[in-house]
Design a protein around this ligand. Structure first.
Ligand code: DAH
Length: 344
Protein backbone atom coordinates (compact mmCIF):
# COMPACT_ATOMS: atom_id res chain seq x y z
CA UNK A 1 0.00 0.00 0.00
CA UNK A 2 2.71 2.39 0.97
CA UNK A 3 4.43 1.51 -2.31
CA UNK A 4 1.26 2.23 -4.27
CA UNK A 5 0.77 5.67 -2.79
CA UNK A 6 4.46 6.43 -3.09
CA UNK A 7 4.21 5.65 -6.76
CA UNK A 8 1.08 7.73 -7.23
CA UNK A 9 2.39 11.09 -6.16
CA UNK A 10 5.45 11.34 -8.45
CA UNK A 11 3.38 9.99 -11.38
CA UNK A 12 0.80 12.66 -10.79
CA UNK A 13 3.47 15.39 -10.63
CA UNK A 14 5.03 14.23 -13.88
CA UNK A 15 1.62 14.05 -15.57
CA UNK A 16 0.74 17.56 -14.35
CA UNK A 17 4.06 18.93 -15.58
CA UNK A 18 3.62 17.33 -19.01
CA UNK A 19 0.05 18.58 -19.40
CA UNK A 20 1.13 22.11 -18.47
CA UNK A 21 4.02 21.95 -20.92
CA UNK A 22 1.99 20.73 -23.94
CA UNK A 23 2.90 23.25 -26.67
CA UNK A 24 -0.33 22.96 -28.69
CA UNK A 25 -3.73 21.27 -28.74
CA UNK A 26 -2.52 18.22 -30.68
CA UNK A 27 0.31 17.64 -28.19
CA UNK A 28 -2.14 18.06 -25.33
CA UNK A 29 -4.40 15.33 -26.72
CA UNK A 30 -1.40 13.02 -26.97
CA UNK A 31 -0.31 13.70 -23.42
CA UNK A 32 -3.86 13.08 -22.25
CA UNK A 33 -3.83 9.70 -24.00
CA UNK A 34 -0.47 8.80 -22.50
CA UNK A 35 -1.78 9.37 -18.99
CA UNK A 36 -5.50 8.97 -18.66
CA UNK A 37 -6.40 7.29 -21.99
CA UNK A 38 -7.43 3.57 -21.95
CA UNK A 39 -3.77 2.54 -22.18
CA UNK A 40 -2.44 5.45 -20.16
CA UNK A 41 0.01 5.10 -17.29
CA UNK A 42 -2.48 6.46 -14.82
CA UNK A 43 -5.17 4.09 -16.03
CA UNK A 44 -2.77 1.22 -15.53
CA UNK A 45 -2.28 2.32 -11.96
CA UNK A 46 -6.02 2.28 -11.38
CA UNK A 47 -6.17 -1.26 -12.64
CA UNK A 48 -3.73 -2.23 -9.86
CA UNK A 49 -6.34 -1.23 -7.29
CA UNK A 50 -7.86 -4.66 -7.62
CA UNK A 51 -4.73 -6.30 -6.25
CA UNK A 52 -4.83 -4.37 -2.99
CA UNK A 53 -6.25 -5.72 0.25
CA UNK A 54 -9.70 -4.78 1.50
CA UNK A 55 -8.25 -2.43 4.11
CA UNK A 56 -6.01 -0.64 1.69
CA UNK A 57 -8.55 -0.14 -1.06
CA UNK A 58 -10.62 2.82 0.33
CA UNK A 59 -7.65 5.10 1.01
CA UNK A 60 -5.96 4.18 -2.26
CA UNK A 61 -9.21 4.66 -4.20
CA UNK A 62 -9.70 8.06 -2.64
CA UNK A 63 -6.14 9.11 -3.40
CA UNK A 64 -6.32 7.95 -6.96
CA UNK A 65 -9.66 9.67 -7.58
CA UNK A 66 -8.32 12.93 -6.15
CA UNK A 67 -5.28 12.64 -8.40
CA UNK A 68 -7.46 11.95 -11.44
CA UNK A 69 -9.65 14.98 -10.70
CA UNK A 70 -6.50 17.07 -10.42
CA UNK A 71 -5.25 15.82 -13.77
CA UNK A 72 -8.59 16.50 -15.47
CA UNK A 73 -8.66 20.03 -14.07
CA UNK A 74 -5.11 20.62 -15.31
CA UNK A 75 -6.09 19.24 -18.72
CA UNK A 76 -9.12 21.54 -19.01
CA UNK A 77 -7.10 24.55 -17.94
CA UNK A 78 -4.31 23.89 -20.43
CA UNK A 79 -6.86 23.23 -23.17
CA UNK A 80 -8.55 26.62 -22.72
CA UNK A 81 -5.14 28.36 -22.59
CA UNK A 82 -4.14 26.73 -25.86
CA UNK A 83 -7.51 27.43 -27.51
CA UNK A 84 -7.24 31.08 -26.60
CA UNK A 85 -3.68 31.23 -27.94
CA UNK A 86 -4.80 29.58 -31.22
CA UNK A 87 -7.49 32.24 -31.67
CA UNK A 88 -5.08 35.15 -31.25
CA UNK A 89 -3.54 36.79 -34.34
CA UNK A 90 -0.28 35.18 -35.43
CA UNK A 91 1.40 38.51 -36.05
CA UNK A 92 1.61 41.17 -33.39
CA UNK A 93 -0.93 43.94 -33.89
CA UNK A 94 0.48 47.11 -35.43
CA UNK A 95 -1.69 49.86 -34.04
CA UNK A 96 -0.07 52.45 -36.29
CA UNK A 97 -1.13 50.61 -39.51
CA UNK A 98 -3.87 52.39 -41.51
CA UNK A 99 -7.38 50.99 -40.97
CA UNK A 100 -9.30 48.98 -43.51
CA UNK A 101 -11.92 51.27 -45.01
CA UNK A 102 -15.30 49.86 -45.93
CA UNK A 103 -16.07 50.64 -49.58
CA UNK A 104 -18.82 53.21 -49.78
CA UNK A 105 -21.80 52.75 -52.09
CA UNK A 106 -22.72 55.37 -54.70
CA UNK A 107 -25.91 56.95 -55.90
CA UNK A 108 -27.27 55.47 -59.12
CA UNK A 109 -26.51 57.74 -62.12
CA UNK A 110 -30.25 58.27 -62.67
CA UNK A 111 -30.61 59.36 -59.04
CA UNK A 112 -27.66 61.74 -59.45
CA UNK A 113 -29.17 63.36 -62.54
CA UNK A 114 -32.60 63.59 -60.88
CA UNK A 115 -31.10 65.21 -57.80
CA UNK A 116 -29.19 67.72 -59.93
CA UNK A 117 -32.37 68.71 -61.78
CA UNK A 118 -34.32 68.99 -58.54
CA UNK A 119 -31.55 71.12 -57.02
CA UNK A 120 -31.70 73.56 -59.95
CA UNK A 121 -35.45 73.93 -59.72
CA UNK A 122 -35.35 74.40 -55.96
CA UNK A 123 -33.12 77.43 -56.50
CA UNK A 124 -35.96 79.10 -58.37
CA UNK A 125 -38.71 78.22 -55.92
CA UNK A 126 -40.08 74.88 -57.11
CA UNK A 127 -41.05 72.09 -54.71
CA UNK A 128 -41.17 68.37 -55.37
CA UNK A 129 -44.60 66.75 -55.68
CA UNK A 130 -45.48 63.09 -55.92
CA UNK A 131 -48.30 60.89 -57.18
CA UNK A 132 -49.22 57.22 -57.55
CA UNK A 133 -47.63 54.98 -60.18
CA UNK A 134 -50.88 53.02 -60.37
CA UNK A 135 -53.08 55.70 -61.86
CA UNK A 136 -56.53 55.84 -63.37
CA UNK A 137 -57.56 56.85 -66.86
CA UNK A 138 -59.10 60.02 -65.55
CA UNK A 139 -55.87 61.52 -64.13
CA UNK A 140 -53.63 60.09 -66.83
CA UNK A 141 -55.77 61.04 -69.83
CA UNK A 142 -59.28 62.52 -69.47
CA UNK A 143 -58.41 65.37 -67.13
CA UNK A 144 -55.42 66.15 -69.37
CA UNK A 145 -57.81 66.66 -72.25
CA UNK A 146 -56.54 63.53 -73.99
CA UNK A 147 -59.25 62.20 -76.29
CA UNK A 148 -60.54 58.62 -76.12
CA UNK A 149 -59.03 57.80 -79.51
CA UNK A 150 -55.49 58.84 -78.53
CA UNK A 151 -53.02 55.98 -79.15
CA UNK A 152 -51.76 56.06 -75.54
CA UNK A 153 -55.22 54.92 -74.49
CA UNK A 154 -54.83 51.72 -76.45
CA UNK A 155 -53.87 48.47 -74.72
CA UNK A 156 -51.03 48.17 -77.23
CA UNK A 157 -49.36 51.21 -75.67
CA UNK A 158 -50.37 51.21 -72.02
CA UNK A 159 -50.42 48.66 -69.21
CA UNK A 160 -54.01 48.53 -67.98
CA UNK A 161 -54.76 46.71 -64.74
CA UNK A 162 -57.64 44.39 -64.06
CA UNK A 163 -60.32 46.13 -62.02
CA UNK A 164 -60.09 45.09 -58.39
CA UNK A 165 -63.25 43.26 -57.37
CA UNK A 166 -65.53 44.74 -54.71
CA UNK A 167 -63.65 48.01 -54.58
CA UNK A 168 -65.28 51.31 -54.98
CA UNK A 169 -62.83 53.12 -57.15
CA UNK A 170 -63.38 56.80 -56.60
CA UNK A 171 -62.78 58.79 -59.76
CA UNK A 172 -65.52 58.34 -62.34
CA UNK A 173 -65.09 54.60 -61.98
CA UNK A 174 -62.27 54.89 -64.51
CA UNK A 175 -59.93 52.03 -65.29
CA UNK A 176 -56.60 51.57 -63.49
CA UNK A 177 -53.29 51.61 -65.36
CA UNK A 178 -49.57 52.11 -64.81
CA UNK A 179 -49.06 55.80 -65.47
CA UNK A 180 -47.63 56.50 -68.91
CA UNK A 181 -46.26 59.90 -67.88
CA UNK A 182 -45.83 62.06 -64.81
CA UNK A 183 -48.32 64.60 -66.22
CA UNK A 184 -51.06 62.87 -64.18
CA UNK A 185 -49.53 64.46 -61.08
CA UNK A 186 -50.31 67.93 -62.50
CA UNK A 187 -54.00 67.06 -62.14
CA UNK A 188 -53.62 65.54 -58.67
CA UNK A 189 -51.80 68.61 -57.34
CA UNK A 190 -54.08 71.22 -58.93
CA UNK A 191 -57.23 69.38 -57.82
CA UNK A 192 -55.95 69.53 -54.24
CA UNK A 193 -54.64 73.09 -53.92
CA UNK A 194 -55.53 76.54 -55.17
CA UNK A 195 -53.09 78.41 -57.46
CA UNK A 196 -50.31 79.54 -57.61
CA UNK A 197 -48.47 76.25 -58.20
CA UNK A 198 -44.77 75.68 -58.71
CA UNK A 199 -43.88 71.98 -58.68
CA UNK A 200 -41.59 69.43 -60.22
CA UNK A 201 -42.39 65.74 -60.21
CA UNK A 202 -39.67 63.14 -60.67
CA UNK A 203 -41.00 59.61 -61.03
CA UNK A 204 -41.24 56.27 -62.75
CA UNK A 205 -43.51 55.78 -65.76
CA UNK A 206 -44.53 52.72 -67.79
CA UNK A 207 -45.15 52.02 -71.46
CA UNK A 208 -45.64 48.88 -73.50
CA UNK A 209 -42.34 49.19 -75.32
CA UNK A 210 -39.94 46.34 -75.96
CA UNK A 211 -36.54 46.99 -74.43
CA UNK A 212 -33.81 48.01 -76.85
CA UNK A 213 -30.84 50.39 -76.72
CA UNK A 214 -33.11 53.45 -76.38
CA UNK A 215 -36.36 52.06 -74.94
CA UNK A 216 -37.40 50.35 -71.77
CA UNK A 217 -40.93 49.59 -70.53
CA UNK A 218 -40.10 51.43 -67.29
CA UNK A 219 -38.28 54.72 -67.27
CA UNK A 220 -38.09 57.97 -65.32
CA UNK A 221 -39.51 61.38 -66.12
CA UNK A 222 -39.54 64.82 -64.60
CA UNK A 223 -42.62 66.93 -64.92
CA UNK A 224 -42.77 70.66 -64.22
CA UNK A 225 -45.83 72.83 -63.66
CA UNK A 226 -46.02 76.54 -63.03
CA UNK A 227 -49.35 78.31 -62.56
CA UNK A 228 -49.74 81.97 -61.69
CA UNK A 229 -51.14 85.19 -63.15
CA UNK A 230 -49.64 86.47 -66.42
CA UNK A 231 -47.30 83.55 -67.04
CA UNK A 232 -45.84 83.56 -70.55
CA UNK A 233 -43.90 81.37 -72.98
CA UNK A 234 -40.98 83.67 -72.16
CA UNK A 235 -41.07 82.44 -68.55
CA UNK A 236 -41.12 78.85 -69.79
CA UNK A 237 -38.18 79.40 -72.10
CA UNK A 238 -36.13 81.27 -69.51
CA UNK A 239 -36.71 78.57 -66.90
CA UNK A 240 -35.86 75.69 -69.21
CA UNK A 241 -32.75 77.51 -70.38
CA UNK A 242 -31.58 78.15 -66.82
CA UNK A 243 -32.01 74.53 -65.77
CA UNK A 244 -30.42 73.00 -68.87
CA UNK A 245 -27.41 75.27 -68.63
CA UNK A 246 -26.96 74.22 -65.02
CA UNK A 247 -27.31 70.59 -65.95
CA UNK A 248 -25.42 70.33 -69.23
CA UNK A 249 -23.06 73.28 -69.21
CA UNK A 250 -23.09 77.04 -69.77
CA UNK A 251 -22.61 76.72 -73.54
CA UNK A 252 -25.85 74.72 -73.94
CA UNK A 253 -28.35 76.23 -76.37
CA UNK A 254 -32.04 75.38 -76.53
CA UNK A 255 -34.73 75.93 -79.13
CA UNK A 256 -38.49 75.45 -79.19
CA UNK A 257 -40.26 73.74 -82.10
CA UNK A 258 -44.06 73.80 -82.49
CA UNK A 259 -45.66 70.49 -81.54
CA UNK A 260 -48.95 69.07 -80.32
CA UNK A 261 -49.93 67.91 -76.85
CA UNK A 262 -53.59 67.80 -75.87
CA UNK A 263 -52.97 69.39 -72.45
CA UNK A 264 -51.02 72.42 -73.68
CA UNK A 265 -51.75 75.17 -76.19
CA UNK A 266 -49.49 76.24 -77.77
CA UNK A 267 -47.23 73.18 -77.44
CA UNK A 268 -43.55 72.78 -78.21
CA UNK A 269 -40.78 70.29 -78.33
CA UNK A 270 -37.50 71.41 -76.82
CA UNK A 271 -34.24 70.67 -78.60
CA UNK A 272 -30.87 71.39 -77.14
CA UNK A 273 -27.38 71.68 -78.54
CA UNK A 274 -23.93 71.58 -76.98
CA UNK A 275 -20.56 69.85 -77.43
CA UNK A 276 -22.01 66.50 -76.31
CA UNK A 277 -24.69 66.63 -79.01
CA UNK A 278 -22.10 67.57 -81.63
CA UNK A 279 -20.03 64.59 -80.52
CA UNK A 280 -22.98 62.41 -81.50
CA UNK A 281 -22.74 63.99 -84.97
CA UNK A 282 -25.89 66.06 -84.54
CA UNK A 283 -26.71 69.73 -84.35
CA UNK A 284 -29.85 69.45 -82.16
CA UNK A 285 -31.29 66.75 -79.96
CA UNK A 286 -34.93 66.59 -78.92
CA UNK A 287 -35.18 66.48 -75.15
CA UNK A 288 -38.59 67.48 -73.80
CA UNK A 289 -42.20 68.39 -74.46
CA UNK A 290 -43.81 71.51 -73.08
CA UNK A 291 -46.39 74.21 -73.57
CA UNK A 292 -48.86 76.60 -72.00
CA UNK A 293 -51.45 74.76 -69.90
CA UNK A 294 -54.63 74.23 -71.94
CA UNK A 295 -57.65 76.19 -70.61
CA UNK A 296 -59.67 72.96 -70.59
CA UNK A 297 -57.18 71.42 -68.12
CA UNK A 298 -57.69 74.39 -65.80
CA UNK A 299 -61.45 73.95 -66.12
CA UNK A 300 -61.11 70.28 -65.23
CA UNK A 301 -59.38 71.06 -61.93
CA UNK A 302 -61.57 74.04 -61.08
CA UNK A 303 -59.11 76.85 -61.87
CA UNK A 304 -60.55 79.84 -63.74
CA UNK A 305 -58.66 80.01 -67.08
CA UNK A 306 -59.58 83.69 -67.40
CA UNK A 307 -57.49 84.44 -64.30
CA UNK A 308 -54.79 81.77 -64.25
CA UNK A 309 -52.12 80.99 -66.77
CA UNK A 310 -49.30 78.47 -66.66
CA UNK A 311 -46.81 76.27 -68.37
CA UNK A 312 -45.83 72.65 -68.09
CA UNK A 313 -43.06 70.43 -69.40
CA UNK A 314 -41.97 66.83 -69.18
CA UNK A 315 -38.81 65.00 -70.09
CA UNK A 316 -37.07 61.68 -69.69
CA UNK A 317 -34.24 61.39 -67.20
CA UNK A 318 -32.50 58.45 -68.91
CA UNK A 319 -32.08 60.47 -72.09
CA UNK A 320 -30.29 63.23 -70.24
CA UNK A 321 -28.13 60.82 -68.24
CA UNK A 322 -27.15 58.98 -71.44
CA UNK A 323 -26.03 62.21 -73.08
CA UNK A 324 -24.33 63.52 -69.99
CA UNK A 325 -22.29 60.37 -69.34
CA UNK A 326 -21.95 59.12 -72.94
CA UNK A 327 -23.95 55.92 -72.33
CA UNK A 328 -25.16 54.18 -75.48
CA UNK A 329 -27.59 51.59 -74.11
CA UNK A 330 -30.46 52.47 -71.76
CA UNK A 331 -30.62 48.90 -70.42
CA UNK A 332 -27.30 49.39 -68.62
CA UNK A 333 -29.15 51.54 -66.07
CA UNK A 334 -31.32 48.65 -64.92
CA UNK A 335 -28.85 45.77 -64.81
CA UNK A 336 -27.33 46.90 -61.50
CA UNK A 337 -23.88 45.75 -62.52
CA UNK A 338 -21.60 47.40 -59.97
CA UNK A 339 -18.77 47.64 -62.51
CA UNK A 340 -21.02 49.95 -64.55
CA UNK A 341 -22.59 51.84 -61.66
CA UNK A 342 -19.39 52.69 -59.83
CA UNK A 343 -18.10 54.74 -62.77
CA UNK A 344 -20.44 57.64 -62.08
N1 DAH B 1 -46.24 63.87 -71.02
C1 DAH B 1 -45.37 64.05 -72.17
C2 DAH B 1 -44.68 62.73 -72.49
O1 DAH B 1 -44.69 61.85 -71.71
C3 DAH B 1 -44.35 65.10 -71.93
C4 DAH B 1 -44.97 66.45 -71.76
C5 DAH B 1 -45.26 67.24 -72.83
C6 DAH B 1 -45.29 66.90 -70.49
C7 DAH B 1 -45.81 68.49 -72.69
C8 DAH B 1 -45.86 68.17 -70.32
C9 DAH B 1 -46.13 68.94 -71.44
O2 DAH B 1 -46.19 68.66 -69.13
O3 DAH B 1 -46.68 70.17 -71.29
O4 DAH B 1 -44.13 62.61 -73.57
Amino acid sequence: MAGFLDELEPLKQTALAELKAAPDLAALEQTKGAWIGPHGKFTALMKQLGSLSKDEKPAAGKAINAAKTGLEAALAERRSELELAAALPKEPTDFSAPGRRRTLGKLHPLTQVTEDIVRSFRKIGFVVADGPEIEDEYHCFDALNTPADHPARDTQDTFFLAKPENTQHSTLNSQLLLRTHTSSVQIRVMAKQPPPVRIIVPGRVYRRDNADATHNPTFQQIEGLYVDKNVTVGDLKGTVEFVFKELLGEETKIRFRPHYFSYTEPSFEIDFSNALVKKLGKEWLEIAGCGMVHPQVFENVGYDPEIWTGWAFGFGIERIAMIRYGINDIRLFYENDVRFLKQF
